[in-house]
Design a protein around this ligand. Structure first.
Ligand code: PLP
Length: 956
């Protein structure tokens, strides 16, 4: 014993065994079931030899896995290189106090952050209620009829509003006017989005009546609070529609844009309790008129009835969404910002309307006091009205910034003679005094109290808000911490997230989101950094980001990565723009066709149309593979015009197609680029690399493969990774001076590094796994999927498989033959799984009538067996319908899920027992999940669209 070396005692791979579910014995048992001796034998039969990676993942200093403690210490040292100052930079991002009850019970609580997008409404009522609170809050604050369930950021929300107006406008104009005082980063995202669609963007309001739409900022970036009522009336008279980008906190005091004619209102809810995080993630918002609702982008929560006629929440109007409309989609949004929308809505729930008004009044009062003092000190304030922002004319801006920094304050940098500053909830009297110091030039300082006694506010009286908001009881009853804590707990208890059960959603990769990965997100060194803070203060962030980019290059085999896109869909969009920029740089801009296989995810064709490309669909053969003959024919036909092909690998059918290299070669042969959708990267890390087998561009989903939690439908990060010849085209953000390369495309997100605050999650994952650990994770993900496929195949046919009947990291169970036989659908099985305590697999994607199962490496054999047992038991229930023992009209499948209320009703008139309904397996008695509602009625909800909080009488 005494001879054990220190090295042996320090288990560097300790985290790997925590992340990967099955232990050695379980792994051996699963391999035996599959008839393979070792994991590498199995993998050799699955990953085509031609693409099997020979090198170890080249992770440099991260090759060897770090322990949790070591990784946290290393990252803490990096984070400490960020310099924390009070950022009064404003420009759309403000200091805020995240209420501790929200920090602890939402942001740091796996019941909220590990949940999936609420496509299965019956197990998602808690988060659906939280999101509908967000919609109600936005509707109230903006004075509009309807709001969606969050946007990726303010810049993309404004761009989506522009295209919404283009669709709704009766004008023939293709000109969009952007007021000069719109946030610079918003103007840039709009310009990026407008170009491929043939929209001409003009700055300023010159001949705005000629445009189809106009974007106003309220208050403007320089602080002014203009009276836009006459302008909007005039624009409407000329047939021009109006988007207003508004500040939520200001709207507690100012008349809502909906009250003065706005057609769409967009913005960012960040300052409602969501940390700055160097630019994100935060929930953007978009609200509009009732007439425009069916054309809105993004997700929308609505109310419907369940099978018992009771109210239930669900996602409404889904036929608008990209996954249904594909190349006819009007937006590609898939993953959004749900967790942050939940936080912002709960900030409003916690403070209530009077609390929010008090916060806003205080911010405004301090600003007015600051302004009066500055005037006494002879400083020159340019704006004549303000809510929280002042713009000052100075003789030497650099000197002013330097002095402000010495007082621990960042100001907004405008030009050599102009600076700006914005106050917020966190600003104190001392901060105001410090600002006076900066501008005093040695003069005696005023005092806050003296000025407070003297001055009036600076909001124009005619613009003050007269209307009430947030009058719904939800915003007025949870103001004590006890009530709030219990409200959050009661909502979380309604939902099935990863903290209760595996979520075997194909294509979504619901793997462990480890606590150590999550911890750095709320470290002040990462949480409290403004996206436009001076570079000298953000060295820690940029070091972590550079390391993560290198890690992702190693994993993908590409030469460069941008972390700017806020979701996979945005990575696709950026990737296609990069491809267009590349062709244009070679005077080959006529290429406007993108080939997309029929099995592609809906975001692929939706992104293609946003990039101004025409989609040509390539067929798949009976085995689910790309039909090479059809590909050749279409490639020949469109040869000179092919911009790219977009394929998913392994295919969305869950198979490593042997022909992938050939597919890439065919397209390259015609001068096209190869886009490989990296959503299935969890099957490839360490085993093969798209950049090595023919890909030119891929997006990754850090919220799938690299452990960022799904948050109930966001946040996500969709890095775009490219081969060397495309590196010069990675996105910049000119408006903030972030330029990687002069040839780079303009910004696709509002912040230079997108959702930077959640990047530490993926950094931690890779650092704690190391080269070998990441490869093991991939192999076990594949092993787990094959174990499920093999065990379930006798009960449910597996639709597609490769060599030796093996699948990749997911498998499609074909329920169509059973439906023929029994009338029981894949949806019935999905709902019945809820009675067994499971979240359903992916339904009807990529093949209607099927279920796609992806277990991930994080699930133990015990959990896989629990799922398999449930699926086998459900199969025997289907057999009882087939045999006629149960009728198709009355059986536990079609009636699923069963609520407590149904199960305990006085009368029970079903052909099966209550026990069969509630406890179909003995083991369920030990750990029962009770679905809070019966099956939600989709059709009713869309016919009777209602997207705000229920009247309180409904849930009492
Ligand atoms: C999830 C997914 C996407 C879209 O990613 P988001 O982050 O949700 O925008 C694209 N393609 C495939 C195959 C996916 O599974």
């Amino acid at each position: 014993m005494t001879t054990a070396s220190l090295c042996r005692l320090e288990d560097h791979a300790a985290f790997v065994a925590r992340h990967i579910g099955p232990n050695a014995a379980e792994e051996a048992a699963m391999l035996a079931t599959l008839g393979y001796a070792t994991r590498s034998d199995l993998i050799k039969n699955i990953v085509p030899a031609a693409i099997h990676r020979q090198d170890a993942l080249p992770l440099g200093e991260f090759t060897q896995a770090k322990s949790e403690a070591e990784a946290l210490a290393t990252l803490k040292a990096i984070a400490s290189k960020n310099v924390l100052k009070k950022s009064m930079i404003g420009q759309g991002y403000y200091g805020t106090h995240t209420p501790s009850v929200i920090l602890r019970n939402i942001l740091e609580n796996p019941a909220w952050y590990t949940a999936y997008t609420p496509y299965q409404p019956e197990i998602s009522q808690g988060r659906l209620e939280a999101i509908i609170n967000f919609q109600q809050m936005i509707t109230d604050m903006t004075g509009m009829a309807i709001a969606n369930a969050s946007m990726l950021d303010e810049g993309t929300a404004a761009a989506e509003a522009m295209t919404l107006l283009l669709r709704m406008s009766k004008s023939k104009s293709t000109i969009f006017y952007v007021a000069a005082d719109v946030l610079p980063q918003t103007r840039e995202v709009i310009a990026t989005r407008a170009a491929p669609l043939g929209i001409e963007v003009r700055t300023g309001l010159g001949e705005a009546g000629d445009g189809f739409g106009v974007l106003l900022q309220y208050p403007g970036v320089n602080g002014d609070v203009p009276d836009y009522r006459a302008l909007v009336a005039d624009l409407h008279a000329k047939g021009t529609l109006v988007v207003v980008a508004a500040d939520l906190l200001a709207l507690t005091l100012l008349a809502a844009p909906g009250e003065w004619g706005a057609d769409v209102v967009v913005g960012n809810s960040q300052r409602f309790g969501v940390p700055l995080g160097f630019g994100g993630p935060h929930a953007g918002f978009l609200a509009t008129r009732d007439e425009f609702k069916r054309s809105m982008p993004g997700r929308l929560v609505g109310i419907t009835i369940d099978a018992q006629g009771k109210s239930a929440y669900r996602l409404a109007l889904q036929t608008r969404e990209q996954h249904i409309r594909r190349e006819k989609a009007t937006s590609n949004i898939c993953t959004a910002q749900v967790l942050l929308a939940v936080m912002a809505s709960m900030y409003a729930v916690y403070h209530g309307p009077s609390g929010l008004k008090r916060i806003a009044h205080r911010v405004h009062r301090l600003t007015s006091i600051l302004a009066a003092g500055l005037t006494q000190l002879d400083a020159k304030i340019i704006n004549s009205s303000w809510f929280d922002t002042l713009t000052l004319s100075v003789s030497d801006a650099a000197a002013v910034h330097a002095l402000a920094h010495s007082h621990g304050i960042n100001l907004r940098s405008i030009d050599a003679h102009t600076v700006g500053l914005s106050l917020d909830e966190t600003t104190t009297r001392k901060d105001v005094a410090a600002l006076w110091h900066v501008f005093a030039a040695g003069k005696p300082l005023p005092t806050v109290d003296a000025i407070d006694a003297e001055i009036a506010g600076a909001l124009p009286g005619e613009l003050l808000r007269q209307s009430d908001f947030l009058t719904h009881p939800t915003f007025n009853r949870y103001h004590s911490e006890t009530e709030m804590m219990r409200y959050l707990r009661s909502l979380a208890d309604k939902d099935l997230a990863l903290d209760r059960t595996m979520i075997p959603l194909g294509s979504c990769t619901m793997k462990l989101n480890a606590a150590s990965e999550m911890m750095p997100v709320t470290w002040p060194e990462f949480a409290n950094v403004h996206p436009f803070a001076p570079n000298a203060q953000t060295a820690g962030y940029r070091e972590m980001i550079t390391q993560l980019e290198a890690m992702l290059c190693a994993a993908t085999g590409y030469a460069g990565v941008s972390l700017q896109p806020n979701a996979g869909s945005q990575g696709e969009y950026a990737g296609l723009l990069i491809i267009k920029a590349y062709h244009a740089s070679r005077n080959d801009a006529g290429r406007d066709i993108v080939l997309i296989p029929a099995s592609a995810h809906g975001t692929n064709p939706a992104s293609a149309q946003m990039a101004g490309l025409t989609v040509v669909v390539v067929a798949c053969d009976e085995a689910g593979n790309i039909d090479l003959a059809d590909l050749r024919a279409k490639a020949d036909k469109h040869s000179a015009n092919i911009a790219a092909i977009m394929i998913t690998y392994p295919s969305t059918h869950g198979v490593f197609e042997e022909s992938v290299k050939e597919v890439c070669e065919i397209v390259h042969g015609h001068g096209g680029q190869v886009y490989i959708d990296g959503a299935n990267m969890n099957a490839m890390v360490g085993l093969c690399a798209p950049g090595q087998f023919g890909g030119d561009v891929s997006h990754l989903n850090l919220h799938k493969t690299f452990c960022i939690p799904h948050g109930g439908g966001g946040p996500g990060v969709g890095p775009v990774a490219v081969a060397a010849h495309l590196v010069p085209f990675l996105p910049n953000q000119q408006s903030s001076g972030y330029e990687r390369n002069p040839q780079g495309i303009s910004a696709v997100s509002a912040a230079p590094y997108g959702s930077a605050a959640i990047l530490p999650i993926s950094w931690m994952y890779i650092a704690m796994m190391g080269s070998e650990g990441l490869k093991s994770a991939t192999e076990v993900a594949i092993l787990n999927a094959n174990y499920i496929a093999k065990r379930l195949a006798p009960f449910y046919p597996v639709l597609y498989s490769g060599h030796d009947g093996l699948v990749a990291h997911e498998c499609i169970l074909d329920l169509r033959p059973l439906k023929e036989l029994s009338g029981i659908s894949n949806e019935d099985v999905a709902k019945r799984l809820m009675d067994y305590g499971f979240h359903a697999p992916t339904m009807s994607f990529p093949v209607p009538g099927t279920l796609m199962v992806e277990p991930t490496e994080s699930e133990s054999k015990a959990e896989l067996d629990r799922f398999i047992d449930a699926m086998i038991a459900i199969r025997s229930e289907i057999d009882r319908v087939v045999s006629g023992e149960w009728t198709l009209a009355d059986n536990p499948l079609v009636n699923a899920p069963h609520t407590v209320e149904v199960l305990t009703s006085e009368t029970w008139e079903h052909g099966y027992t209550r026990a069969t309904a509630a406890f179909p397996l003995e083991s369920i008695k030990r750990n029962k999940y009770w679905p809070p509602v019966s099956r939600a009625d989709n059709v009713y909800g869309d016919r009777n669209l209602f997207c705000a909080c229920l009247p309180m009488s409904d849930y009492e």
